[in-house]
Design a protein around this ligand. Structure first.
Ligand SMILES: [Zn+2]
Length: 508
């Protein structure tokens, strides 16, 4: 070593493992230029020599994918420490760092900022690429490297997408899935397991019609069904089973539907449990984030009707007690309480529960009497409705609009992947289009849900009500659709005779 030769540290990072699985892309990709660690170090040696510098220490990280933002790079961190110290582990002074290109050192903007900060603690230190040393305290260089940052960010995004494509290719090629057998299918994952499939299909239908998850899970227990690993079927697992795209034949990968070039879902070879329409409808009964596609679970109720209610009329009933109010001038007026009344358990034999206003505590009424009356009102109304019932139209009016947008998005993606349009253009246009498509898809699911649940004829609803086919939450759904509220007039003190005239229905 000659005095005056700058001492450099070299940093290499390997992040190309996805290429191994995709020969065609690798052949055409600039990444194929070879960024293996050995290659990078060899090139660093050559470049350092060319610029009259000596490499005194090497740092190497292997983080497979720069697109995975949470990957920790131990050597990168060690390098930053050494830069701040100004010495390599062996005790050499550091005059600069060398890389084969900037993106090696700059996986994220944050990384880059940290590196620039550590390097320029000593302003004379330089950042070497094959084209030579750069002074990162210089405004012009900062600008130049800043532009590189944007380019690299796009590259990272693009790569993320390529990785996703690769997983998709695997699925399209029919490579085996991992994990346990899906509930509803035999070990071959293609043939239906009759009892499970029948239950799953039934659950989807009943959920669309409004049955609570508790009711559906109780049915599984009655049928002595368990999950494919033997566990009890609880709302969480059942939610995942019902909303898995596989039930209607759709393929999914890592929480995303697998789409063909036109943006339509790819249909698998296995037997199905339900139709795509019903699958979308059942997904719409759960909140965002609770379906299989969002990798979670939950049992949010379909309507705004509060769940975990024990009595038919709870919160539909409104207290009509008039609360006296004294004004500042001494006159007394009254104001209607109007609180929602809930059912509570009572000790009386004739009335094991009562609806009682907890706000004013001046209004209580026999539970069974109210429920009987509500039922009579519902059945009468259904009878009237049957006379004028027309089966509603089922097709969603915006279907062509959705198809148009989806086509446009697919076209854009095709142009992008064949390099007809620039990354910048793609990232400017695609997100808003994607958002619109997703919004329309959600709308369609909501529509189908509404159509599925509303198409039932009134006399069919009445039959189910009477036969016990409806559970409490379904009955309440019918009630809330029919009534805006049912007003409850306060009873007379001491009068124990049930008086149905205390109820005043407010029809929707
Ligand atoms: Zn009240």
């Amino acid at each position: 070593m000659h005095p005056g030769e700058p001492f450099l540290i070299a940093y290499s990072r390997i992040s190309d493992d996805w290429r191994k699985h995709n020969k065609k892309k690798a052949a055409t990709s600039s990444w194929a230029a070879g960024k293996g660690v050995a290659n990078q170090h060899r090139r660093n040696d050559r470049n350092a020599a060319r610029h009259g510098a000596v490499i005194v220490h090497r740092y190497t990280d292997n983080d497979l994918s720069a697109a995975k933002r949470d990957v920790v790079r131990p050597d990168f961190q060690a390098m930053l420490r050494d830069l701040r110290r100004g010495l390599t582990p062996e005790g050499y002074p550091v005059h600069g760092i060398i890389v084969v290109d900037q993106d090696r050192a700059q996986r994220t903007d944050r990384d880059w900022e940290d590196l620039v900060e550590a390097l320029t603690l000593v302003p004379s230190r330089r950042f070497y690429t094959p084209s030579g040393p750069m002074d990162l305290t210089d405004e012009a260089e900062i600008l130049k490297t800043g532009v590189m940052a944007v380019v690299n960010k796009v590259e990272s995004l693009k790569k993320k997408r390529r990785i996703r494509d690769w997983h998709q290719d695997r699925i399209l090629d029919g490579l085996p899935h991992s994990g346990p057998r899906p509930f509803g299918w035999k070990e071959d994952r293609e043939t239906l397991e009759p009892e499970e499939a029948e239950y799953l299909g039934w659950s989807i239908d009943e959920r669309i019609k409004g049955k609570s998850m508790t009711t559906l899970c109780a049915e599984a227990k009655k049928r002595e069904l368990t999950g494919s690993l033997g566990g009890e079927i609880v709302p969480t697992t059942l939610t995942q089973m019902m909303t898995a795209p596989r039930v209607c034949g759709y393929r999914a990968n890592r929480g995303e539907l697998v789409l063909d070039d036109d943006g339509s879902p790819i249909v698998g070879v296995w037997e199905t449990v339900t139709t795509p329409e019903k699958w979308r409808a059942v997904c719409a009964t759960f909140g965002d984030g609770s379906t299989y596609l969002a990798r979670g679970s939950g049992t949010r109720s379909i309507t705004g009707i509060p769940k975990t209610v024990k009595y038919l009329g709870s919160s539909l009933l409104r207290c009509q007690y008039r609360i006296p109010e004294e004004k500042s001038d001494g006159t007394v007026t009254t104001r209607v309480c109007n609180a929602r009344i809930a059912g509570v358990r009572a000790s009386s034999k004739r009335s094991p529960y009562v609806y009682s206003c907890s706000k004013c505590s001046h209004n209580a009424i026999s539970g069974p009497m109210v429920d009987k009356l509500l039922e009579r009102l519902v059945l009468t109304k259904l009878k009237q409705a049957e006379a004028t019932y027309i089966k509603p139209e089922m097709s969603w009016p915006k279907e062509s609009q959705l198809r148009q947008k989806a086509d446009k998005l697919a076209g854009l993606e095709a142009q992008w992947s064949s390099d007809e349009i620039s990354d910048a253009m793609f990232y400017r246009l695609a997100p808003s289009l994607e958002k619109e498509v997703r919004k329309l898809q959600r709308e369609r699911a909501q529509f189908e849900l509404a159509a599925e649940s509303k198409q039932e004829a009134p006399n069919e609803v009445a039959r189910k009500w009477l036969s016990g086919e409806y559970d409490l939450s379904q009955k309440r759904q019918v009630l809330f659709e029919m009534f805006a509220a049912v007003q409850v007039l306060p009873g007379q003190r001491g009068n124990k005779t049930p008086n149905p005239k205390r109820l005043i229905p407010v029809w929707n």
